[in-house]
Ligand binder design. Structure first.
Ligand SMILES: [Zn+2]
Length: 236
């Protein structure tokens, strides 16, 4: 036969309940953690997609300028073809002016192409680094997820064991006392049995009437008049 006082048996229940609560809260943060990683990864992927888009736009702009160069070169060829057929000096000079203008335009466009090529190259370097970063993050997250899945499994096994331990322990506690305890536990979010410390409630720290303290020391089950938690006494 168990020689423990009822309140001590209840304390055993509380001990496993607090353990269950801790395990449950550890399990409950796991999906959030996974979600956080996933959303960090998807913002990295978005940044990469933006870089690629910017690069495509720059390439397109570069091609547009290159097409303009081709047009100007065709114009230039036309003028050059006209040159041998020109009769007057005046006409000749006029065409030379045109040729000069087109050549200037071509060289301006060529400069634009060079600038755009440089920008594309810079973006390519950034995109390459970003893609490597995404790949590394993805691998890292997969590894971390696997670790978490294993942790979750271990926590769930531990929870199962602790819950069955509780089922055994509650059989030693009086039903009415247990339901009183459960009510307080749920309302207080965990701690339902508090130790008397310096003649005060160890949970809410309100000073207890001497009679309550004496009754608790004498083995009676009393509730704290302030927070309603059940009180227990333990020699230091
Ligand atoms: Zn209290």
């Amino acid at each position: 036969m168990d020689k423990k006082m009822p309140i001590q048996k209840l304390l055993d229940v509380q001990k496993v309940d607090l353990k269950i609560k801790g395990l449950e809260s550890e399990v409950s943060v796991i999906p959030r953690q996974i979600q956080d990683w996933d959303s960090a990864l998807s913002s990295q992927k978005e940044r990469l997609a933006e870089l690629k888009k910017e690069m495509d736009e720059k390439k397109k702009a570069q091609r547009a300028v290159e097409r303009q160069i081709e047009q100007k070169q065709a114009e230039l060829a036309k003028y050059n073809a006209q040159l041998p057929m020109i009769k007057t000096n005046r006409e000749y000079k006029a065409i030379l002016v045109e040729i000069d203008m087109v050549e200037k335009e071509i060289s301006e466009f060529e400069e634009q192409v060079l600038t755009k090529m440089g920008e594309v190259e810079e973006l390519e370097i950034k995109a390459k680094a970003s893609a490597a970063e995404v790949k590394r993050a993805q691998e890292e997250i997969e590894k971390e997820k696997e670790n978490l899945r294993q942790k979750q499994k271990a926590l769930e096994e531990s929870l199962e064991g602790t819950r069955s331990e509780r089922q055994t322990l509650v059989t030693f506690v009086d039903n009415i006392l247990l339901s009183q305890y459960d009510r307080i536990r749920i309302r207080k979010g965990g701690l339902a049995v508090a130790r008397v410390l310096d003649e005060s409630c160890g949970a809410c720290h309100v000073e207890l009437p001497p009679q309550v303290v004496n009754e608790v020391i004498g083995g009676k089950i009393k509730a704290c008049p302030s927070c309603s938690r059940l009180l227990y006494w333990e020699e230091i």
